[in-house]
Design a protein around this ligand. Structure first.
Ligand SMILES: *[C@@H]1O[C@H](CO)[C@@H](O)[C@H](O)[C@H]1NC(C)=O
Ligand SMILES: *[C@@H]1O[C@H](CO)[C@@H](O)[C@H](O)[C@H]1NC(C)=O
Length: 310
């Protein structure tokens, strides 16, 4: 027998043996796993893996149909052992006022969930609506609802913010009631910037405005100086900011910022990764099987291939 045939025979016999072995390993693993699960569940029969979850629906809440009363709405899911010292420090140094555009239909459906999640991490959180709501609460603006009133609403909201909170924050973030923002990361992004610099941030689109404008979907952030220019120099001057109202408020505030020499900032990180996004996470995370003619590709200010729209 040649050495070549020996080799091939040993390969032939090796294959089934290793298959048997992996089946054995699998069965042994299942048995051991099952036994361990039994042991653990008998050691701690009353300990829930999710103590916060089980606490959320107490008897009184079940009696009210599982609805959380407003005073119980503070999220119970804390990360108690997290080291938050850097986040706490940043909260003092980079103060963010968030204002959320909402409307009476969405107060309970969307806005209250902003308050219970990311919104409470802003230094100041305001809800702008045409309707009053004591639970949120809202700032009631004297502007009609509907897309055609967006521009007027944005101007009224920023006027309110300027007149009541100019000195209470360094940056002013406009979001919608379906936006999600990680405020700790936003502070980290803004930390290098002086609030007295005329600058604004968001997800930048290229057309219509020479320096680009911030897509409404991601919301946008004005520095304190940008806010001052907008309200004091922009809104009262029709040469700077369009009076009345228009449908595309994001383009309009972009034009207005450019007229006021407020720089369209770059919200990407030091290696060019985006930090503000206009669409739902799924469309940004699942990589490109994109329609090349989709308008988004022509709107991008910075080239990227992260959007799917499969
Ligand atoms: C928390 O993090 C800060 C900064 O990284 C560090 O100086 C501090 O010692 C940490 N505290 C604890 C309790 O781990
Ligand atoms: C913007 O900058 C230009 C060029 O420096 C200047 O002429 C103009 O007056 C500035 N406008 C405002 C509103 O600051």
């Amino acid at each position: 027998m040649t050495s070549a045939s020996l080799l091939s025979r040993s390969l032939l016999t090796e294959a089934p043996r290793s298959k048997n072995r992996s089946v054995f390993t699998l069965i042994a693993g299942l048995v051991v796993g099952y036994c361990l699960a039994q042991i653990f569940s008998s050691i701690a029969p009353h300990e829930s893996l999710y103590p916060y979850l089980s606490r959320r629906f107490s008897d009184s809440q079940v009696a009210t149909g599982g609805q959380l009363a407003p005073e119980q709405s503070g999220l119970k899911h804390d990360h108690r052992n997290d080291n938050v010292s850097v986040a706490e420090q940043l909260k003092k140094e980079v103060r963010i006022l968030c204002w959320v555009m909402t409307n009476p239909t969405n107060h309970k459906k969307k806005a209250r969930h902003v308050k219970r999640t990311w919104g409470k991490r802003c230094n100041i959180l305001l809800f702008m609506s045409s309707g009053a709501d004591e639970e949120l609460p809202t700032v009631k603006l004297d502007v009609g609802e509907g897309r055609e009133n967006l521009w007027a609403k944005v101007k009224e909201a920023f006027k309110y913010v300027y007149h009541h909170h100019y000195n209470d924050a360094d940056f002013f973030y406009k979001a919608d009631d379906d936006t999600y923002a990680v405020i700790e990361n936003m502070r980290y992004m803004l930390y290098p910037y002086n609030p007295e610099t005329p600058v604004h941030f968001g997800f930048k689109f290229k057309p219509f405005v020479k320096q680009g404008y911030m897509s409404g979907g991601a919301g946008y952030i004005l520095s304190r100086e940008a806010l001052r220019r907008f309200v004091v120099e922009g809104i009262p001057n029709p040469k700077m900011c369009l009076p009345g109202t228009v449908v595309n408020e994001d383009i309009e505030i972009g034009r207005c910022m450019e007229n006021l020499n407020v720089t369209a900032g770059d919200s990407r990180d030091e290696i060019g990764r985006g930090r503000m996004f206009p669409f739902i996470p799924e469309h940004h995370l699942i990589p490109a099987k994109a329609d090349k003619n989709f308008w988004y590709w022509n709107y991008l200010y910075y080239k990227t291939d992260d959007v799917s729209f499969a």
